[in-house]
Design a protein around this ligand. Structure first.
Ligand code: ZN
Ligand code: ZN
Length: 354
């Protein structure tokens, strides 16, 4: 394409060559004016995702946690430990996301996609605030300190977090095409694989009528993460369509290897956190669930099905995760409400029928 560099370049904030002509626009290396113009944008998926994310706005501290505070000491030792470890993990990655999305956006020349990344960063802030709210409301201050320093005190947690942050840091330190692709892939794996055994753990508590406030927060977070996953699926696909020369056999092999590492990390983490002691979450169920997700994520970006034919081993998880689905509404009798009524929010009955 004439006038477009084959190398990844940081975009100019003021771009004298910027044009509104859609034929000149690209995800990276395009001739954007940088003006946000949803009625005239190249990537309609980004416009739709932006609207969806915005529609999902919510406020963590409007969800009551008094019952959770009373229930936490009554959880089994294993449940308490899994609760703390899972939060430690989520806090670390959601916080890091807030900063890293801005680093990627510096290279994206489609303002509608930048709008999505910035909105995502705002929602990651809400997620980080949710964990903070949980820890100040549900557990004592010593436990809170333990959870906030676990990212460096727990070697398993440290290893898996570093796998993601190394990719992010490498792109920031040495921005080039392949590092950019790897950083986007790390984001995709974080949103699409890394959170899932943790979410399933909270839903297994929800299924037993335990920690309902926490479960409500996690469901709202997962609703957002689904939009982030969709965003990075589109980003990776578009990068591939527009820059086929960047996606040689080496990088494809690398992406597949990253996916497999993420799946391995998530399985061993899931087993480590639950110790085979959480109702409905045995080691073998965790393993097939994460491999099932690994297949979905690989297929969505053209990397085949690395784990063969695997069925979803616990479809009940999806009834929790699909709370935003209005058509297949499983809350028929008591609808899940999260709507603004004169400044306050109402959030009713989050337990799907068993
Ligand atoms: Zn998040
Ligand atoms: Zn996210």
């Amino acid at each position: 394409m004439p006038g477009i560099s084959e190398k990844l370049q940081k975009k100019l904030l003021f771009n004298p060559d910027g044009t509104r002509e859609l034929g000149q626009q690209r995800l990276v290396g395009g001739k954007s004016t940088n003006l946000i113009e949803f009625a005239n944008c190249k990537y309609s998926w980004a416009e739709q995702l932006y609207r969806k994310m915005r529609q999902f706005f919510w406020i963590p501290d409007e969800i009551p946690l008094g019952d959770d505070k009373r229930q936490f000491p009554k959880l089994t030792e294993y449940e308490q430990s899994a609760y703390k470890k899972t939060l430690a993990f989520l806090i670390f990655l959601d916080s890091i996301q807030v900063d890293n999305l801005g680093a990627l956006a510096l290279y994206i020349t489609a303002p509608e996609v930048v709008a999505c990344l910035k909105t995502q960063a705002f929602f990651e802030t809400i997620h980080a605030q949710s964990y903070d709210y949980l820890l100040t409301s549900v557990v004592d201050s010593l436990t809170r300190d333990e959870v906030y320093t676990m990212w460096k005190d727990d070697s398993i947690l440290l290893t898996r977090n570093k796998f993601i942050t190394d990719q992010y840091q490498e792109f920031i330190d040495n921005p080039n095409e392949k590092a950019f692709i790897r950083s986007c892939m790390a984001d995709y794996l974080l949103e699409g694989i890394y959170f899932y055994s943790g979410f399933a753990f909270f839903y297994s508590l929800g299924r037993q009528d335990k920690m309902g406030g926490t479960v409500s927060l996690i469901r709202l977070i997962q609703r957002d993460e689904n939009t982030h996953l969709a965003l990075f699926t589109h980003i990776l696909r578009t990068l591939q369509e527009e820059n086929p020369e960047w996606f040689d056999a080496d990088i494809k092999a690398e992406l597949l290897s990253m996916l497999k590492t993420a799946v391995d990390h998530e399985i061993s983490w899931g087993k480590y956190v639950t110790r085979n002691q959480i109702l409905g979450l045995s080691d073998s169920i965790i393993e097939s669930y994460i491999k099932y997700l690994g297949n979905l994520r690989a297929e969505a970006i053209g990397l085949g099905s690395p784990y063969g034919n695997i069925k979803h081993p616990m479809p009940w998880v999806d009834t929790y995760a699909a709370m935003n689905s209005t058509k297949t509404d499983f809350f028929e009798r008591k609808v899940t409400n999260y709507q603004k009524f004169g400044g306050s929010m109402k959030f009713d009955n989050l337990k799907p029928p068993s």
